[in-house]
Design a protein around this ligand. Structure first.
Ligand SMILES: Nc1ncnc2c1ncn2[C@@H]1O[C@H](COP(=O)(O)OP(=O)(O)OP(=O)(O)O)[C@@H](O)[C@H]1O
Ligand SMILES: [Mg+2]
Length: 338
């Protein structure tokens, strides 16, 4: 388990001013989970992640990994500890003068593995990431996705318990991103490796993360199951991230029309089957104008969103709203006091 216990990191910038990059952040990353960290640029995501393998020391609080306060480690014990944590980056960081196989072997050499062990394990790792036929080529002949696969093979070479990913798919096209995410998922499931990944893409979170933490201006502003965070976003950043994917911008004339309630209905799979909208029409004698609808899959759970206008007598509308609130994941009137 990783425990961020009131972690703060302050820097002094070139002008001599203090920058509070991370402010009193506390949360746990559970063993075996894939946790996403999202947030605006400069929110402190990378700085926080770097405290996990002591690339960055907290200036306040403690980052505790597997029960050890990372800040107390140094020398050999720090080096040994670092081998139990793999890390991948946006820009791959491969050694250009070494072949694919040598890049992976290098990580094991540094960790003091025997020649025999390396000889046996490198082909296994390359097979795991689907690059067996590229063992002897140099990184500059590989595509971005292939380079990241090499970086992943290298990162897991020493059987780490934790894999840290800082914008690992940000330089890749959507299709390659999917392949890399699938590989990360395999690694998570097959080896039980805990993965903490920073991303600015909702799609990445939605596809593989179990939980998500949202950071803003150095602070943790939201954390929870991906489904919960994205169906009940609290913070502006989370709302923006979500609204992009749901494309919820309706024409102004609809939101400005206060004569009829404009209702956002969010429902999950089970509820979707209950024909909620047609029930409202039948039970309460209102008309329902469907303006927008979409189903997304978050963590394999269907998550539907509908925007409707309710037309009818006030009393019937109130009853319809009650019914919707009780029978959907969430129902919300989005044109303030219609
Ligand atoms: N070594 C440093 N010295 C001074 N300031 C730093 C240093 N590293 C980071 N910062 C500052 O700390 C803040 C947080 O930076 P950080 O890189 O952690 O943000 P981030 O959330 O990862 O952003 P991005 O999404 O752009 O990668 C920023 O204001 C940044 O300029
Ligand atoms: Mg960053």
């Amino acid at each position: 388990m990783i425990k961020f216990d009131n972690v703060s990191v302050s820097f002094t910038n070139k002008k001599g001013q203090r920058v509070d990059a991370v402010k009193n952040v506390s949360f746990d990353v559970k063993d075996g989970e894939i946790l996403g960290i999202v947030g605006t640029s400069g929110a402190g995501k990378s700085t926080l992640l770097r405290t996990v393998n002591q690339l960055q020391l907290p200036t306040g609080g403690h980052t505790i990994v597997e029960g050890k306060d990372i800040g107390t480690l140094s020398g050999k014990s720090l080096a040994k500890f670092r081998h139990s944590i793999g890390m991948i980056f946006q820009q791959f960081n491969l050694v250009s003068t070494k072949t694919v196989a040598q890049n992976v072997a290098f990580a094991m050499e540094i960790a003091g593995r025997s020649k025999e062990e390396i000889k046996q394990r490198v082909p296994e790792l390359l097979s795991l990431v689907g690059l067996s036929d590229r063992a002897d080529v140099y990184p500059n002949t590989l595509s971005g996705g292939q380079k990241q696969r090499v970086a992943i093979a290298r990162a897991v070479a020493n059987n780490p318990k934790i894999l840290l990913c800082d914008e690992a798919t940000s330089a890749l096209d959507p299709e390659t991103t999917n392949d890399v995410l699938q590989l990360l998922e395999v690694i998570n499931i097959k080896f039980g490796i805990t993965i903490v990944l920073i991303t600015h893409e909702f799609d990445v979170v939605k596809k593989i993360c179990h939980r998500v933490a949202v950071m803003d201006k150095g602070e943790l502003v939201e954390i929870g199951d991906v489904f919960d965070v994205f169906t009940k976003p609290q913070h502006e950043f989370t709302k923006t991230l979500l609204s992009h994917t749901f494309d919820l911008d309706l024409p102004g004339r609809l939101t400005e029309d206060k004569s009829k309630p404009l209702v956002k209905i969010i429902y999950n799979g089970e509820k979707a089957e209950n024909a909620i909208v047609s029930n409202v029409v039948k039970l309460y004698n209102v008309d329902v104008n469907i303006l927008h609808g979409k189903i997304e899959y978050i963590n394999d759970k269907p998550f539907g969103i509908l925007i409707v206008q309710l037309i009818g007598k006030q009393d019937d509308i109130n009853k319809s709203l009650d019914y919707l609130s009780n029978n959907t994941y969430r129902t919300e009137v989005i044109n303030e006091r219609y």
